[in-house]
Design a protein around this ligand. Structure first.
Ligand code: FAD
Ligand code: SF4
Length: 477
């Protein structure tokens, strides 16, 4: 029996389960791997060129690494996934195709139809890139039922025994250390630079190709991300050694002079399979047990991975396909033009948008409490906001953008993902950043020429939606 394995571009796993499944079913000389670079997929939206370079270079390096290990790889560059697979089947006539379930809904839909469309036996095996998929005992709540992240997070930590002591209690005596975290960046604290990587000839070639891509945004010039697993492991080690110790206290801080602060910048690699969530968690846990990082930072980081990241994927799976059209606040204003270049007098938004246009990255609080809070309070159409995020960020994929933007950031799913809308006046941004001190607006003023638009929109949102907000037990009187 001859078997072909279709590996998707965001499934660059060191031990790919489809390869293991094929090796259990056939001799290695009867197995081929097919990878497809789809023109339509990379042109679905105007994506950031850094993201395209990351993805295409990582895919091509992955294919080369597989060849070095002795696998036969058919690397197709075609119009779409289906035509790439058709070419492969026409040429090699495999008896069956094995593929791991995609993390994104549209590709999962395609996979479920492949057998009839290609007239071949197809096995779609479970996705192993998320821990939730390996955790069957979590209650399969109906899609409209609210499950709060904290409840989910504690169940995950117990199940995988992460930061749990021998008595079954949380290490450090508490489930969360938020009170010790959430500090603004103190004067004199200078976050260390994060590791970067020189592009090799293969990456330089991709950069050149992507620079010509007419519909993409940003530039490929200066590309310095990891594109192989070995490099991603260096990035992980750099974070654990140099930034994890201060991650917790400053995870919500924003700064006009530092993009990354003490964050990890590991999402681009996690989301394409170069790193696995559990290896990050165990690396952070080990740093704690060896006295290299305090509990408030390690718990804060673990919460992001086994809590928020897994919770978001879980929400995506249970809420799709309805999540794409959710619009609980009936927001219908178009996304302002300045989102494409950052040309605005709102200093916080200008910094964040220009930073993302340049690098494809901003950290969590800037995504949530600057970009999304503004869009929620200003009543911007959720679909337009979502497409903006999908376009601009190097780590953006449907499964993570939809629940974060439509669910958490815009509260447009009726509170299924987050129990309250994340709204705030300029006072919050003033407390957590240095943006306001250099802004022409005053965060304390809500009316008049100098009024901060965040503050005005905040009070306007409260008055427009007073009855509904009062009815929310987390916000009401
Ligand atoms: P760190 O602060 O170092 O956090 C560590 C890791 O935790 C991240 O690498 C990420 O894998 C995970 N994580 C933390 N919070 C979340 C979350 N809410 N959802 C999923 N993973 C989380 N994350 C993406 O990977 N891609 C996106 O396109 C994306 N869009 C977002 C849009 C909005 C509106 C919001 C509020 C959040 C979004 N996030 C997204 C989640 C989070 O902001 C990013 O994962 C994080 O900023 C990536 O930077 P980092 O690796 O330095 O993260
Ligand atoms: Fe942003 Fe308002 Fe602060 Fe200006 S004053 S930086 S608009 S929050």
């Amino acid at each position: 029996m001859t078997i072909s394995i279709w590996i998707l571009g965001d499934q660059l796993l060191e031990f790919h389960p489809a390869i293991l499944a094929a090796e259990n079913a056939a001799h290695s000389e009867d197995i081929r791997i097919v990878m497809v670079e789809s023109d339509l997929r990379i042109a679905r939206l105007p994506y950031h060129r850094r993201k395209l370079v990351l993805l295409l270079s990582a895919m091509r390096h992955f294919a080369d690494d597989l060849r070095d290990l002795g696998h036969v790889v058919d690397y197709q560059r075609t119009q779409d996934f289906e035509s790439g697979l058709r070419n492969h089947i026409a040429h090699h006539a495999p008896d069956r195709l094995i593929t791991m379930a995609a993390s994104e809904y549209p590709t999962r839909e395609l996979q479920s139809q492949l057998a009839s469309r290609l007239d071949i036996a197809v096995d779609v095996i479970p996705n192993t890139q998320f821990l939730t998929g390996q955790f069957d005992s979590f209650p399969q709540a109906a899609s409209s039922q609210k499950v709060v992240m904290e409840q989910f997070y504690r169940a995950m930590r117990r199940h995988f025994s992460v930061l749990i002591d021998t008595q079954g209690s949380p290490v450090g005596g508490a489930w969360n250390f938020d009170k010790e975290n959430r500090k603004p960046l103190k004067r004199g604290i200078d976050p260390p630079a994060h590791v970067t990587f020189q592009p090799d000839p293969l990456t330089l070639d991709v950069m050149h190709q992507v620079e010509q891509h007419a519909s993409a945004i940003g530039t490929a010039k200066g590309f310095d991300l990891a594109v192989t697993r070995d490099q991603a492991l260096v990035a992980l080690d750099d974070f654990i050694t140099n930034r994890l110790p201060d991650f917790g206290p400053y995870e919500d801080a924003m700064s006009s002079s530092h993009d990354v602060l003490f964050h990890s910048v590991l999402s681009p690699y996690l989301n394409i399979g170069l790193l696995q969530p559990m290896e990050l968690i165990r690396a952070a846990e080990t740093a704690y047990h060896e006295g290299r990082a305090p509990i408030q930072s390690v718990e804060g980081f673990v919460r992001q991975i086994i809590g928020w990241r897994e919770f978001m994927y879980w929400q995506y799976v249970r809420q799709m396909p309805d999540l794409w059209t959710a619009n609980a606040w009936q927001a219908d204003r178009p996304l302002p033009e300045f989102f494409w270049g950052g040309s605005t007098e709102l200093n916080c938004l200008r910094h964040v948008i220009q930073r993302v246009a340049e690098t494809g990255y901003s950290h969590h609080i800037e995504r949530l409490m600057v970009v999304c809070t503004f869009c929620l309070m200003a009543g911007i159409d959720p679909r337009q906001v979502t497409e903006w995020f999908l376009s601009f960020y190097i780590d953006a994929y449907e499964w993570v953008v939809l629940p974060n933007v439509i669910g958490m950031g815009l509260n447009a799913d009726g509170g299924v993902t987050a129990t309250k809308p994340y709204i705030a006046s300029g006072a919050y941004i003033n407390r957590m950043s240095d943006y306001c001190s250099a802004c022409r607006y005053n965060p304390k003023e809500r009316v008049g020429d100098n009024a901060c638009p965040f503050t005005t929109l905040y009070w306007n949102f409260l008055s427009r939606h007073e009855a509904r907000l009062r009815a929310n037990p987390r916000l009401g009187p």
